[in-house]
Design a binder for this molecule. Structure first.
Ligand code: AMP
Ligand code: MG
Length: 525
C-alpha cells in the first residue's frame, strides 16, 4: 500500500510544541501531535472500495495486514505524523471554549490523482482535547456514521466520506440514555476522509483568544488550499466568508430536501467547506414534522429541529463572521452577506420544494401551494420519503371526487401512518390540496412520464431510516455484518428502483416508534 503524503496542514500551520498526550489548553497552535492508542485485536468490519480508490488503495491493499494496522491506529503512515486539531465552538447557543479533536486523530494528508484528502480516525484514543472523556467510540455510533456519510454522498448531499469501519477489539463503557445505566459496548473506529476537517470553531477559538496572528495564518491557509479564487487581503476574506455562507446554505437546502436532521449543529460541527460533518444523534424524518429532532439532549428546547436548520446555520455563520471580523475590521460587508443569506434561503427553499413537486414553471401561487402542503402533511402523520417519491406517480388527469372516496390518494396512500384519520377536516384539506396541485400540473408543459423521471432524481426512494441503521447495528453487535453490507450497497443508488429492496421502502415499523436508537438518540457515542 503506497500512500503519497502531502502534509499541507502540518507544514503551513503552527504546532503545539508540547508532545505529551496530556489534556490541556493549547494556545497559538492549530494542532497537537498525538499517537493513536494501540488496540489489542482490531478487525476491519467494512471498507468502501470507492473511497479507497480516491487514496490510491486497491481492494487487494484494503484486505492487507497493513491496511488493518494503519486504519485502526496501530501503524502510522510513512513520512507523516498523526495529530489532533484544536478548535472551539458554540454548543447549544453558548460559547464552550476549547473543544478540539477529543477522539479524532488525523493520520495525515494524502494526494492521489491531483486530489488532496485528509484522513482521520474517529475513536482511536484520547488526545490533548479529550477533556473528561475517553477518546473512544462505540460500534453503534460508528455504524451510523459510516453508513450515513456514504448514503448522504450518494444522495447528492455535500459530506465528509468514510473509508472504513473497524472494531477496536476493546470494550467501551457508555450510559446510552444518561440515566445511570452504564454498560460495556464494542469499541469501534471509523476512518473518515475529507479535503479538510476544519470547522467554524477552528477560527472561533483563535479569535476568542485574540490570537489574530494564528487566525490570519489559518484563514490564509484555508483560502490558499480550498478557496483559491480569493486574495489574501480584507476583500478576499469577505469573499471567503461569502463563499462559506453559500456552501453552507446549499448543504442545508439538501438536508431539507432529503429530510435529514443533523441533531447537533454546534459551530464545532460546521465544516468550513460546507460539508455535512460529525454524524452523531442525527435522524431522518419519518412523519413530516418541522419540529422533529432525534437528539434527546435537545428535547426540551429543540434548538436543532428540522424546520430550524436554515436559521441555525445563519446563527452559526454569524459566529464565524464575528471570528473573522478582526481580520476585516468592517462589519458592513459581513452583515450584508448574512442579510443575503436570508433572502437566498427563502428563494432556494422554494425552488427546492417546487422541484420536489415537479413544478418547473413559475406561478405566483406556488409558495402558498407548498405551505399548504406542509400543513396538510402534518394533519395526519405522513411519511416524507414515501409521500414525495410516490407523488411522481400522480397524473395530471387525476380527478378528485366530490364525495368522500379516498381513491384520489391511491398513489400516496402508503405514506399515511394512520389511514383511519383520512376523514372529516383532514380529508377536506387533502382534497383541496390535490385539486390545486393537479390544476397546477396542467400548466406544466411536460408529460406525466417526463415529470416523473425528473422528480425521481430529486425525491429519493431509499434513505437510511432510523430503524434501518438500528437493524444493522443489532446484527453487527452479534458479529453479523451482512446488513451493514446490504444497506451500504442499497444506499449507493438511492434514486433507483431496486426491486429486490422493496422491504426498505416502507414506513417505520411500529416497534421502532419508541425504541432507543430508532426514534430517540442521545449524544452518547
Ligand atoms: P460532538 O458534539 O459530539 O461533535 O463533540 C463535541 C466535543 O466533544 C468534540 O470536541 C469531541 O471531540 C468531544 N468528544 C465527544 N465524544 C468524545 C469522547 N468519547 N472522548 C473524547 N472527546 C469526545
Ligand atoms: Mg463534533
Amino acid at each position: 500500500m503506497k500512500l503519497q503524503v502531502n502534509d499541507t496542514f502540518l507544514k503551513e500551520l503552527p504546532a503545539d510544541p508540547i508532545k505529551e498526550n496530556t489534556r490541556r489548553q493549547v494556545s497559538e497552535a492549530c494542532y497537537s501531535f498525538v499517537e493513536p492508542t494501540k488496540t489489542e485485536a482490531p478487525e476491519i468490519v467494512h471498507f468502501s472500495p470507492e473511497v479507497a480508490g480516491f487514496l490510491g488503495i486497491t481492494e487487494e491493499d484494503a484486505r492487507s495486514e497493513e491496511f488493518l494496522k494503519v486504519f485502526t491506529g496501530n501503524q502510522n503512515i510513512e513520512n507523516t505524523s498523526p495529530y489532533a486539531m484544536c478548535y472551539g465552538g458554540h454548543q447549544f447557543g453558548h460559547w464552550a471554549g476549547q473543544l478540539g479533536d477529543g477522539r479524532a486523530i488525523n493520520l495525515g494528508e494524502i494526494v492521489h490523482n491531483d486530489k488532496q484528502w485528509a484522513i482521520q480516525l474517529k475513536g482511536a484514543g484520547a488526545t490533548p482535547y479529550s477533556r473528561t472523556a475517553d477518546g473512544l467510540a462505540v460500534l453503534r455510533s460508528s455504524v451510523r456514521e459510516y453508513l450515513c456519510s456514504e448514503a448522504m454522498y450518494h444522495l447528492g448531499v455535500p459530506t465528509t466520506r468514510a473509508l472504513s469501519l473497524s472494531l477496536s477489539g476493546d470494550q467501551v463503557m457508555r450510559d446510552v440514555l444518561y440515566n445511570g445505566n452504564p454498560a460495556y459496548e464494542k469499541g469501534a473506529i471509523v476512518c473518515r476522509v475529507s479535503p479538510s476537517f476544519l470547522r467554524f470553531g477552528s477560527y472561533e477559538i483563535l479569535s476568542a483568544r485574540k490570537d489574530y496572528k494564528t487566525l490570519k495564518t489559518l484563514v490564509d491557509y484555508t483560502i490558499k488550499n480550498f478557496y483559491s479564487d480569493f486574495e489574501l487581503n480584507k476583500e478576499g476574506y469577505v469573499q471567503f466568508f461569502k463563499a462559506v455562507s453559500l456552501k453552507t446554505l446549499d448543504m442545508i437546502i439538501h438536508w431539507q430536501r432529503v429530510g435529514f436532521v443533523h441533531g447537533v449543529m454546534n459551530t464545532d460541527n460546521m465544516s468550513i467547506l460546507g460539508l455535512t460533518i460529525d454524524y452523531g444523534p442525527y435522524g431522518w424524518l419519518e412523519g413530516y414534522s418541522k419540529s422533529w429532532t432525534p437528539n434527546t439532549t435537545d428535547a426540551e428546547h429543540k434548538r436543532y429541529q428540522f424546520g430550524q436548520q436554515g436559521n441555525i446555520a445563519l446563527w452559526n455563520l454569524l459566529k464565524l463572521a464575528n471570528a473573522l471580523y478582526p481580520l476585516i475590521e468592517d462589519a458592513e460587508p459581513l452583515e450584508e452577506i448574512l442579510g443575503d443569506y436570508k433572502k437566498l434561503y427563502a428563494g432556494k427553499y422554494l425552488g427546492m420544494m417546487k422541484a420536489k413537486l415537479g413544478l418547473e414553471l413559475d406561478d405566483e401561487n406556488d409558495l402558498k401551494l407548498i405551505q399548504d402542503l406542509e400543513t396538510v402533511l402534518r394533519k395526519t402523520e405522513t411519511d416524507m420519503t414515501i409521500f414525495f417519491r410516490n407523488l411522481s406517480n400522480v397524473s395530471k388527469s387525476l380527478v378528485v371526487p366530490g364525495n368522500d372516496e379516498l381513491s384520489f390518494l391511491a398513489e400516496v396512500k402508503d405514506a399515511f401512518y394512520k389511514p383511519d384519520e383520512l376523514k372529516g377536516e383532514v380529508l377536506f384539506f387533502w382534497k383541496d390540496w390535490m385539486t390545486r396541485y393537479i390544476k397546477r400540473l396542467e400548466k406544466e408543459t411536460n408529460s406525466d412520464t417526463e415529470r416523473k423521471h425528473v422528480m425521481d432524481t430529486i425525491n429519493p426512494k431509499y434513505v437510511l431510516r432510523n430503524y434501518m441503521a438500528q437493524v444493522a447495528i443489532d446484527a453487527a453487535d452479534k458479529g453479523d455484518y451482512s446488513i451493514v453490507e446490504e444497506l451500504f450497497n442499497l444506499l449507493k443508488k438511492p434514486y433507483d428502483e431496486q426491486s429486490e429492496a422493496e422491504k426498505w421502502f416502507v414506513k417505520r415499523p411500529e416497534w421502532a416508534r419508541t425504541k432507543v436508537g430508532c426514534s430517540i438518540l442521545s449524544c452518547s457515542s
